[in-house]
Structures are given as structure tokens and as C-alpha cells.
Write a protein that binds this ligand. Structure first.
Ligand code: TIH
Ligand code: FE2
Length: 311
């Protein structure tokens, strides 16, 4: 994912209050965080070669235009080694703790050691299943742009690799997070409907509601869990792409709460480490209905709500 939070994006909010009407309105140029400028506490801050690599990939992502082929990234042996390490770790926990839809979709993609998959390869599968597509982005986008993309079945994905010193958990999205965390479920029709619901809600949202939706996105698409019989399984990409977070979720150490998109959501941060609570859906179908009813509540100005002749 590539969604910024209030703290990083507020400065740019004035230029992005404008409603998104088509995918062309999703501006990929404006990056609010996690681009090439690494923070002081980033594991790659003292690694000039890593920083240079990030700058190169950020520039490459910025050149992409919707509808044109996505340039492949030639991943280095070090980057492939990081991919291999994460894949190996995750293959231990995913079969037990990922939701069934995820496990059903995973084999559609050619995820194996020795090669970091390219975004175009992901799109070939997504085109043939749900019609979704991924496209490169340099870093964190303004939430109105990121969420607006979802309404048009576009998922913005980073292409850089996490720093090799910390393969089990990264505080920022990277290509492993996007590919292993997000992409497989985009091939599941029920999940695809759920994530698109958040995007559709964003089209009608004012700035305040955009921040609310960013949190709803965070507690579902990033860190959501879903009931399966008497168990709870992960569908949030932030859980699925991190050995540390998966183990944390599996240990039962975090609280479980029911998601209610009509209620204010707890604050969220990339800096908090493992989640203290996970929100539970009964199913993707139930989650989609919930989110679509929330979206419908935004579609009309306050003054017109509940007017049957307009609705
Ligand atoms: N923590 C996740 C990982 O290690 O793969 C990445 C992120 C998910 C959401 C925000 S950052
Ligand atoms: Fe994400």
C-alpha cells in the first residue's frame, strides 16, 4: 500500500480536497513519505548504497503513466536474498494463519525463491480473475489519491525492497508487503468487492471522512482478521507480509474487536510496531455490505439523507 496518514499528509491536504472523478485524477506525482528520503530511525539511514537504490526506484516509479506497461525492476542478488528470506519465514506461518481465500489465491501467482516477481506478472493474473491492476508508486500518496485508485480497481504498489537488516518486519510498505500481503487477495472476487467499497466511499468523502476511511482501510485491508469457524485468520496485508506480525496475531496477544465503520476509529501509526488490537469481520461478504452501507451514507449531502425521493 502507499497511503499516508494525517501527520504526513496534512500539509498537502489543501491541494487534494478536489474530488476524484476518474483514474486519471489520481495523481501519482505527489509523494508524501517513504519515498527516497529515509528517516533517521530507518534501518537503511546509514546505508548509502541502499539510499541510492531507493532514489533510483522512486524516480522509475514516477515515470509510470496509467495504461502504459510497467517497467520491470532488475533486482540485485542482495534484494533477491531478502525476498528469499521473507518467503521462507512466511511459508511457515501462512498455511495456518492466513484466511482461506488468501490460501486459495496464492498458487495463482508464481512466488518462489530466487526471483522477485514483477508487477506486470501480477497484472496478468489479476486481469484474468477480478480485473484489478497494480501500478508502481514512489512512496506514500495522499489518501484521497490512494483510496480513489481503489474505486477504479487500481492498487498502488511500491517496488523497492525492505532493508536486509530487518526481513521479518518493516514499518513501511515495500515490494514484499505488496506482493505477498496485498496482491493474492486482489484475485478473490469477494475480497476485491470489499476493498473497492472503501475506494467508492472515498469518492464521496470530504477531507474529514477521508481520514476516517484511511483508518477503516488500515483496520481492514492492512490489519483485518476474519472469522473462520471458531478461529480467527489474517487477511490484512500488514499481517500476511510480516513474520513478526503474523506470530504476534497467532499468539492471541492482541485484543479482537468488531469493526463498525460508522464509529470513530482508533488512531493509527506506522511507528507503533505490532498492533494492539485487530478488527474482526464475519466474512468478506459481511464486510463489503457494511462498507457499502457506510459509502451510501456519504453519497448524499447531510441535508438530503433519508429522502426517499432522492435515494
Ligand atoms: N509491517 C509490514 C511488513 O513487515 O511487511 C509492512 C507494513 C504494513 C502496513 C504498514 S507497513
Ligand atoms: Fe499495505
Amino acid at each position: 500500500n502507499a497511503i499516508a496518514q494525517a501527520s504526513t499528509a496534512s500539509g498537502a491536504a489543501t491541494s487534494t480536497s478536489q474530488r476524484i472523478l476518474s483514474i486519471q485524477d489520481v495523481d501519482n506525482g505527489q509523494i508524501l513519505g517513504f519515498g527516497a528520503d529515509l528517516a533517521e530511525d530507518h534501518p537503511g539511514f546509514h546505508d548509502p548504497a541502499y539510499k541510492q537504490r531507493r532514489t533510483w526506484l522512486a524516480e522509475l516509479a514516477k515515470t509510470h503513466r496509467i495504461g502504459t506497461p510497467i517497467p520491470d525492476v532488475a533486482y540485485s542478488p542482495d534484494e533477491v536474498a531478502t525476498w528469499d528470506a521473507v518467503l521462507e519465514e512466511l511459508s511457515e506461518l501462512l498455511p495456518q494463519h492466513a484466511c482461506r481465500e488468501y490460501l486459495r489465491c496464492l498458487p495463482l501467482f508464481d512466488f518462489r525463491k530466487g526471483k522477485v516477481p514483477q508487477l506486470e506478472e501480477m497484472n496478468a493474473v489479476l486481469r484474468a480473475t477480478t480485473g484489478w491492476s497494480v501500478r508502481p508508486v514512489a512512496g506514500l500518496m495522499h489518501p484521497r489519491h490512494f483510496l480513489g485508485g481503489l474505486a477504479f480497481k487500481h492498487f498502488h504498489s511500491t517496488q523497492y525492497m525492505r532493508h536486509p537488516s530487518k526481513p521479518s518486519y518493516t514499518p513501511e510498505p515495500d515490494v514484499v508487503h505488496e506482493l505477498i500481503g496485498h496482491v493474492p487477495l486482489l484475485a478473490d472476487p469477494d475480497y476485491a468487492r470489499l476493498i473497492q467499497s472503501i475506494g467508492l466511499a472515498s469518492l464521496a468523502a470530504d477531507d474529514k471522512q477521508i481520514w476516517h476511511l484511511t483508518k477503516v482501510y488500515w483496520y481492514t485491508v492492512e490489519f483485518g482478521v476474519v472469522r473462520e469457524g471458531d478461529q480467527v485468520k489474517a487477511f490484512g496485508a500488514g499481517i500476511l507480509s510480516s513474520y513478526g506480525e503474523l506470530a504476534h496475531m497467532a499468539s492471541g496477544g492482541a485484543a479482537l474487536e468488531r469493526l463498525d465503520p460508522f464509529q470513530p476509529q482508533p488512531r493509527m501509526s506506522y511507528k507503533d510496531g505490532f498492533q494492539k488490537r485487530y478488527f474482526v469481520l464475519d466474512s468478506f461478504a459481511e464486510g463489503s455490505e457494511l462498507l457499502r452501507s457506510y459509502a451510501a451514507s456519504l453519497a448524499l449531502p447531510e441535508s438530503l439523507r433519508g429522502d426517499a425521493s432522492v435515494a
